[in-house]
Design a protein around this ligand. Structure first.
Ligand code: RNT
Ligand code: ZN
Length: 429
């Protein structure tokens, strides 16, 4: 594909970058160190932005149930694995740095021989591993898909019927094996994240029994010991979903307790899964006091939707600030989780990922030493002044320079490429 923005790439850093670097240096910030950390921090892209969480188990598969919804009907949705990969190729090209992909089980490549979810195996994802290796991705992550299935209509791992629970236990256990296989093949640790939609629309009488069943099911899911070098388990909580407004079996307290009890399971915080007045950022340093690792689902909750395209808004920046300030980047896997079908899906992917990276960059560029010193000496006016001063520092030229070094369009250049692709590829689907 032609790359107009790339061919116009300036050969050296701009004067604006040099001035910006000096402005940060005046506050004691090492821009080069920030850029090195940013380059070394992969983001796990969510494969499901390209097809509205439908998957390819069968033709025209669509997301159903589970309290999540992709709204909108923008033309050009990926309808086959090949189309999804073609779209991802463009996304990767428009992102600076080396990234990961997290797959859902419903994105298996059955090559005409489908199996049910309890029988999926690494071989069903072989073409993804080939693709990821070919693209030199940083790694692959995985998610069992406990939704959009006849057996998930009421509940999954917490279902009162043992046969249904066993089906989902088998699915999640099979998913872990696939995750471990990815980790081994890719040479970096795969995170396999369990999220289930179990809950109820109206007030239940018995809140305890489903949770007891879920805990027991999880024990069975995690019974097989996998090599921790290649694989990390995670569990994801939620407050409520559409159609599950009154009760969610896998709540925050439930999974936090579960992950801490086990000690070898990471806890997943999804930015859209809490009450809007709660701060996800504030939870990070609490969780990591005790949990071995954290998985983030970077997302943007808007009222009752937990999955708007990520922007570099204050709550998102605050999340990354916490990771940097606490020295938590090494113990955190960063994944994206949103789906917007109302705008060009590739633009949604790219804008959201770049926003997450930009939020990380802005966190890495905080005048941390001066802020720490001001706080330590009790000079809270200076701390406030530094916060305000850093808001107005020139982030843009630093970001543009990062893009330039990674041969990725700076500024709005990526939108030109997406518009061209929409015309030549998406419009013809
Ligand atoms: C749902 C969870 C979950 C899903 C994806 C598709 O509320 O956030 O992570 O969005 O697994
Ligand atoms: Zn999530």
């Amino acid at each position: 594909m032609s790359s107009p923005a790339r061919s116009k790439k300036p050969a050296s850093a701009s004067a604006a970058f040099a001035a910006a670097r000096d402005a940060y240096a005046a506050l004691g910030v090492d821009v080069e160190a920030a850029l090195a950390t940013l380059a070394a921090t992969p983001i796990s892209l969510h494969c499901w932005q390209g097809d509205d969480v439908g998957g390819f188990e069968k033709a025209d598969a669509t997301l159903s149930g589970g309290g999540i919804q992709a709204t909108g009907n923008y033309p050009g949705k990926a309808r086959t694995l090949d189309q999804l990969r073609q779209d991802l190729d463009l996304v990767l090209k428009l992102l600076p740095g080396r990234h990961r992909l997290h797959l859902h089980a419903i994105y298996a490549d059955f090559a005409g021989k489908p199996v049910d979810r309890d029988a999926i195996e690494p071989k069903h994802f072989a073409s993804w591993v080939d693709w990821a290796q070919d693209r030199k991705l940083h790694g692959l992550d995985f998610n069992p898909s406990n939704f959009s299935h006849p057996k998930s209509a009421e509940a999954t791992l917490s279902h009162p019927d043992k046969a249904i629970r066993d089906f989902w236990i088998a699915h999640c256990a099979a998913s872990r094996r696939i995750g471990a296989h990815f980790g081994k093949k890719m040479g970096t640790r795969t995170v396999t994240n369990v999220w289930i939609p179990d809950g109820s629309k109206d007030t239940p009488f018995d809140r305890a029994a489903p949770r007891a069943r879920l805990a027991d099911s999880l024990d069975q899911v995690f019974a097989e010991k996998l090599n921790a070098k290649h694989h990390l388990d995670a569990v994801e909580s939620k407050l409520f979903g559409i159609g599950a407004e009154s009760y969610t079996v896998g709540s925050h307290e439930f999974y936090l307790g579960y992950a801490l009890k086990r000690g070898d399971v990471a806890y997943c915080l999804d930015a859209g899964h809490f009450h809007p007045t709660e701060s996800l950022a504030d939870k990070i340093s609490s969780v990591l006091q005790f949990a071995p690792a954290l998985l983030l689902h970077v997302s943007r909750g808007v009222r009752w939707d937990s999955d708007h395209v990520v922007t570099a808004d204050d709550p998102t920046r605050a999340i990354f600030e916490e990771l940097v300030r606490g020295g938590f980047l090494g113990r955190t896997a960063i994944g994206l989780d949103y789906f917007d079908a109302s705008i060009n899906r590739i633009a949604a992917w790219v804008i959201g990922t770049r926003a997450a990276q930009k939020s990380l960059l802005s966190a890495l560029l905080e005048p941390a030493a001066q802020l720490r010193a001001a706080e330590k000496s009790g000079n809270h006016a200076l701390r406030l002044a530094l916060f305000e001063e850093s808001r107005a520092l020139p982030l843009g030229p630093i970001w543009d320079e990062f893009c330039r070094r990674h041969e990725t369009p700076a500024g709005l250049g990526f939108m030109t490429e997406i518009a061209a692709y929409e015309k030549t590829v998406l419009a013809k689907r």
